[in-house]
Design a protein. Structure first.
Length: 167
């Protein structure tokens, strides 16, 4: 079932994430492995909504996560990390159906990073330096970044078994 675009944009404003990670990698020429990912993580009893989002976007993969060691309910995550899918499906969707909360800033920075990937500049030092700068600006809009946030959650596993569980 495809979802209404405005519903999707609002849902992603609250639960989605646009991330840029740069990890060390011994086998890469630069020694670094930059990656772009769009993701939505929910408790696994919300799997149906992720399946509907996957159908709406026509891309992405769903993974099942176990947080049993923390005593949390299992989760599911919809992830899109293919540069092709990000540039042909995800970015055009959110350019047309605008995010309205502070996640819009992260999305704009995410788009700038995607341009670096498309031009293959992420494979050279200058491009990676640009990605580090973008990443630092994206972090300003995260819970751990420079803008204080009083709200916890947005896709993070907080519910423990037996607490606030569906009756």
């Amino acid at each position: 079932m495809k979802l209404p675009p405005d519903y999707v944009a609002g849902f992603v404003d609250g639960e989605g994430s646009f991330s840029l990670t740069i990890a060390k990698h011994k086998e890469k020429k630069s020694g670094l492995d930059p990656r772009l990912t769009f993701a939505i993580e929910l408790r696994d009893d919300d799997l149906e909504i992720l399946l509907a989002l996957q159908e709406t976007f026509e891309c992405g993969r769903i993974y099942h996560l176990s947080y049993e060691r923390y005593g949390w309910f299992p989760h599911v995550i919809l992830k899109v990390s293919s540069i092709d899918e990000l540039c042909t499906k995800i970015i055009p969707f959110f350019r047309k159906h605008v995010l309205r909360a502070k996640k819009r800033k992260s999305f704009e920075l995410f788009c700038r990073a995607a341009e670096i990937f498309v031009s293959k500049k992420h494979l050279v030092k200058e491009g990676i330096d640009q990605l580090y700068l973008i990443q630092s600006q994206m972090n300003k809009y995260s819970k751990k970044g420079g803008i204080p946030s009083f709200r916890q959650g947005a896709g993070k596993p907080r519910a423990r078994r037996g607490e606030n569980s569906p009756k």
